[in-house]
Design a protein around this ligand. Structure first.
Ligand code: NAD
Length: 489
């Protein structure tokens, strides 16, 4: 994409209804809900508010498409071609999708253009390539038998996603599900339904048969819960908070649904004294403040070796003081608003907790302006492991710097959390890097980098950060059943 110099115009909003069985329809209740632009707090659209009745319509369509429609008999290569066509349409509309994401979520246009939408396209293309490469094995079993396995689509899948990377979270779920041959009912987050609805229109134009992809916007406890409880849904794939996952786990129990979870984190980012200092400062800053700190992988516990601590913090503060916070449609802007008022309040509350608990706020520490949900990028030093800002997922631009002096000590402290999503290590010593990578209990460990999200690398959480893996070949497992066929010879 070309480099931008001038602010981008706000995009028009084209899709606000439910997309069910290949058609755009109002919610059966006739109700709508508002979605806002977080930088101005203005209402930008009224969206169909799906509830249990709409979910039932969508699940019925998805079941029909799975059992009997053209999708059920389509050969895998053709499925892959349709997916590739969808990726091409997304690529053609990339500028529009990026602007729509910025409008709904508030993320800077430079990020939605450079990261979110290109990653969406890459994801759908990657899984398009997988569609005709899914196969079972032949297995030598005892006796005069032929044994082979088939990998079959799990069926109708309910997919529930959060608001921090709305289009990308949709793509991570659609890609493997479609490649596997499943049909989908997706419920986007109520804060950010717009790009997911637009992606449904692009799937329509790409030629996906009716019922294969359905999108029902609405609230979690109504539309989301109805999807989880629906007896005709075979599996739920959920990304969001652990507290919501517990409700979903319980609701899914009655129907023995498969569930996979991508949940929160409190990721340790460990900087050793021998590192390339400026690269680590830049990487640590990016690893926390990217996407307004609203990343499940945010490196929110920054452990810095005591020998370099003071210089490291000085450089961090210098870097932070020039961060451009403001209008997300301005291509110079590096940090936009938090997604909504609830997130703004939560982040400000944690800044207060940091101050109350005795950490030192050395940069930022307050709201930015009085319109929109902006928070100044904030750094705390002198943070202790048991402070609330070091324990809880804040999901905002608040960095906690902690000191350490020994490798074993930092490995133990890094693991002293219920979370296990991601971690990073900064060092020139390859042995120390691999020792720490092996010791830290998390689904991803970055060494001398942060937030590298190639679609081929599996991603997910240890411990309370999730169940299952997304991305890569591992992501397909979430959408496949294995059948053994045993033949007497
Ligand atoms: P959330 O759990 O509040 O909401 C996520 C989704 O669940 C929304 O669509 C919501 O409507 C729905 N939901 C809420 N209650 C429900 C219910 N009872 N039944 C069914 N669905 C329900 O999470 P959030 O605030 O939107 O997102 C932030 C969280 O997501 C953070 O914890 C973050 O770490 C996590 N996250 C994890 C990953 C990952 O890949 N591990 C990626 C992004 C975000």
């Amino acid at each position: 994409m070309a480099t931008l110099t001038k602010p981008v115009a706000r995009p028009e909003i084209r899709n606000t209804q439910c997309y069910i069985n290949g058609e755009w329809v109002d919610a059966l209740s006739g109700k709508t809900f508002e979605t806002l632009h977080p930088a101005t707090e203005e209402v930008i659209a009224h969206i169909a508010e799906g509830d249990a009745a709409d979910i039932d319509r969508a699940v019925t369509a998805a079941r029909e498409a799975f059992e009997r429609g053209p999708w059920s008999s389509m050969d895998a290569r053709q499925r892959g071609k349709l997916m590739y066509r969808l990726a091409e349409l997304m690529e053609e509309e990339a500028e529009y999708l990026a602007a729509l994401e910025t409008l709904d979520n508030g993320k800077p246009i430079r990020d939605s253009r450079a990261a979110d939408i290109p990653l969406v396209v890459e994801c759908i293309k990657y899984y398009a390539g997988w569609a005709d490469k899914i196969h079972g094995d032949t297995i030598p079993i005892s006796g005069d038998y032929l044994c082979y396995t088939r990998r079959e689509p799990i069926g109708v899948v309910g997919q529930i996603i959060p608001w921090n990377f709305p289009a990308l979270m949709a793509a991570w779920k659609w890609g493997p599900a479609l490649a596997a041959g499943c049909t989908i009912v997706m419920k986007p987050a109520e804060q950010t339904p717009l790009t997911c609805l637009r992606m449904a229109q692009l799937a329509h134009e790409a030629g996906f048969p009716p019922g294969v992809i359905n999108v029902v916007p609405g609230y979690g406890p109504t539309a989301g819960a109805a999807l989880v409880k629906h007896p005709q849904v075979d599996k739920i794939a959920f990304t969001g908070e652990g507290s919501t996952a517990k409700i979903i786990q319980a609701d899914a129990l009655d129907t023995f649904k498969r569930v996979t979870f991508e949940l929160g984190g409190k990721s340790p980012n460990v900087v050793l004294a021998d590192t390339d200092l400026q690269a680590a400062v830049d990487g640590a800053h990016f690893g926390l403040f990217f996407n307004q700190g609203q990343c499940c992988t945010a490196g929110s516990r920054l452990f810095v070796e005591d020998k370099i601590h003071d210089e490291f913090v000085d450089r961090l503060i210098t870097k932070n003081s020039s961060r451009r916070v403001g209008d997300p449609f301005d291509p110079q802007t590096e940090q936009g608003p938090q997604v909504d008022h609830a997130q703004l309040e939560k982040v400000l509350r944690y800044i207060d907790y940091g101050k109350q608990d005795g950490a030192e706020c050395v940069s930022g520490g307050e709201r930015h302006g009085d319109r929109g949900y902006f928070v100044k990028p904030t750094i705390f030093t002198g943070v202790k492991d048991d402070m609330r800002i070091a324990r809880d997922e804040i999901f905002g631009p608040v960095m906690s710097v902690l000191k350490f002096s020994d490798l074993d000590e930092v490995a133990e402290r890094a693991n002293n959390t219920p979370f296990g999503l991601a971690a990073a290590v900064w060092t020139r010593d390859i042995n120390k890097a691999h020792r720490l990578a092996a010791k830290i209990r998390s689904g991803t460990v970055w060494i001398n980098c942060y937030d590298v999200f190639d679609i081929a690398a599996p991603f997910g959480g240890f411990k309370h950060s999730g169940i299952g893996r997304e991305k890569g070949a591992a992501g397909l497992d979430n959408y496949l059943e294995t059948k053994s066929v045993i033949v007497k010879m």
